[in-house]
Design a protein. Structure first.
Length: 131
């Protein structure tokens, strides 16, 4: 192997390891217990009561990150990764086939929290809860 190939493999490995989720044992588990929980994530529940299928985005620092799509009259659950946690975010819903849009106010989400984003029938209003 050439030195340039080794440098390339080493850089790919370091990027992959830095993107891996961090784990820590729960505080109430006994020492030596093999159970671990995923640390640094939160969940997003989108309750779509509208007549439209919607694309859901998270806006952080002006950058849109698509989290998924929720069909009409269903609920979708998504995981918010570590890069969206412990900072201010906004939720944005864009319906397919309509110009109606919904954008939430800024909300601060911490690890382990659940965010519930509800969309009303014709996308004229929304609800937001963080718990």
């Amino acid at each position: 192997m050439r030195v340039s190939e080794l440098v390339l493999y080493a850089s790919i490995l370091s990027v992959a390891l830095s993107c891996a989720p961090k784990t820590k044992p729960p505080s109430d588990s006994p020492p030596g217990d093999d159970t671990e929980v995923l640390y640094g994530t939160a969940s997003l529940e989108v309750v779509n009561e509208s007549i439209f299928d919607v694309r859901v985005f998270v806006i952080r620092a002006g950058q849109f990150t698509r989290v998924g799509m929720v069909t009409s009259m269903t609920t979708g659950v998504f995981e918010l990764g570590p890069f969206l946690i412990d900072r201010e975010i906004r939720l944005y819903a864009e319906p397919v086939g309509s110009t109606a849009r919904q954008r939430t106010d800024a909300v601060y989400v911490r690890p382990g929290q659940q965010v519930r984003f509800g969309l009303e029938k014709r996308m004229r209003s929304h609800s937001l809860a963080v718990y």
